[in-house]
Design a protein around this ligand. Structure first.
Ligand SMILES: Nc1nc2c(ncn2[C@@H]2O[C@H](COP(=O)(O)OP(=O)(O)OP(=O)(O)O)[C@@H](O)[C@H]2O)c(=O)[nH]1
Ligand SMILES: [Mg+2]
Length: 289
């Protein structure tokens, strides 16, 4: 076990720039849920990429944001504390958006850490080469970076090169996780996240932000979980006509849950109202947020 390279890289960036999609691509499989709604990731998730002579542990994080309530306060605290003891930072920017004040705010934080910062300019698929080049130039102005990579987390373009770059920054070290493990999340939390992913996909406006999922029981082929929302009207949306919405969420989430558990399951989901759960410290703790 000598000359193994291993270590931790924190993944920073604004909400929705594609951090989780990129972590999944770098790990070669799904560890974090993804959606087109900002603030999809609410907790730190380790995604573990194992390869020949290395173990790269990526800390996927919530996007940087100005906290608005206890939930978003917890999320931002998670981001801040995750920069301690990392070997490098992967700073993700969105090639399809203006690189601006939000990115510069993050730059101020990550370039002051004293570890190498690798910038990934993500979502370059279907972008004109000229546009990619100018976005890379703007990104280069964010700070004293170690390397800058254009990538598409979606198509995989540039991902292998980026992975190699990050591995090159790791010191010699131990195996932090068993090599077959791809994430540090418990099976219950992974399932809850897969259910929440579908709830996010199928709802809009303020509803996705008010949804949380807890898996209470995995028992002999039956998975029981609760979908929490904050108001009766949100509950009506999540339940749908004659239960059609919650059924659809379950139907869409089940294949990946079955793949995770390696067996067929019956998924029992109940929609429950927990008024102001995002402001309820006890509830946040229960949900592990
Ligand atoms: N076209 C394109 N879309 C992408 C790419 N990477 C991510 N996306 C899309 O961008 C959206 C956000 O992706 P996420 O991975 O959830 O973004 P995130 O930065 O983790 O978002 P938060 O967790 O909310 O901070 C999703 O709709 C993705 O499908 C890419 O390389 N190309
Ligand atoms: Mg995310």
């Amino acid at each position: 076990m000598s000359d193994l390279k291993s270590g931790f890289v924190a993944v920073a960036g604004r909400p929705n720039v594609g951090k989780s999609t990129l972590v999944n691509a770098l790990c070669g499989g799904k560890v974090a849920i993804v959606s087109d709604k900002p603030q999809t990731t609410r907790r730190r998730i380790f995604g573990i990429a194992n390869g020949d002579g290395y173990q790269l542990v990526l800390a996927d994080l919530p996007g940087f944001q100005r906290p608005r309530d206890p939930l978003t306060e917890h999320m931002q605290r998670t981001v801040d504390s995750s920069f301690e003891d990392v070997d490098a930072v992967l700073f993700v920017v969105d090639a399809r958006e203006r690189i601006g004040a939000g990115d510069r705010f993050i730059a101020k934080r990550v370039f002051g850490l004293g570890v190498p910062v690798v910038i990934a300019v993500n979502k370059v698929d279907r972008l004109k080469p000229g546009h990619t080049a100018s976005q890379m130039q703007t990104a280069a102005g964010l700070g004293n970076f170690h390397a800058l990579h254009p990538v598409s987390a979606k198509t995989g373009d540039g991902v292998a090169e980026l992975r190699e770059e990050l591995v090159g920054l790791l010191p010699e070290g131990p195996l932090y996780f068993p090599p077959e493990q791809r994430t540090d999340l418990s099976v219950e939390t992974q399932i809850a996240e897969l259910v929440r992913e579908q709830a996010l996909r199928l709802t809009k406006e303020e509803v996705p932000h008010a949804v949380s999922v807890e898996v209470e029981e995995i028992d002999d082929g039956v998975v029981r979980g609760s979908i929490f929302v904050e108001t009766e009207s949100q509950k009506q949306i999540l339940v749908g006509k004659g239960g059609s919405m919650v059924r659809q969420i379950g139907t869409r989430a089940r294949p990946e849950i079955e793949q995770l558990l390696g067996r067929k399951i019956f998924l029992e989901l109940l929609v429950k109202v927990r008024p102001r759960w995002r402001r309820d410290e006890a509830m946040l703790e229960r949900l592990g947020l």
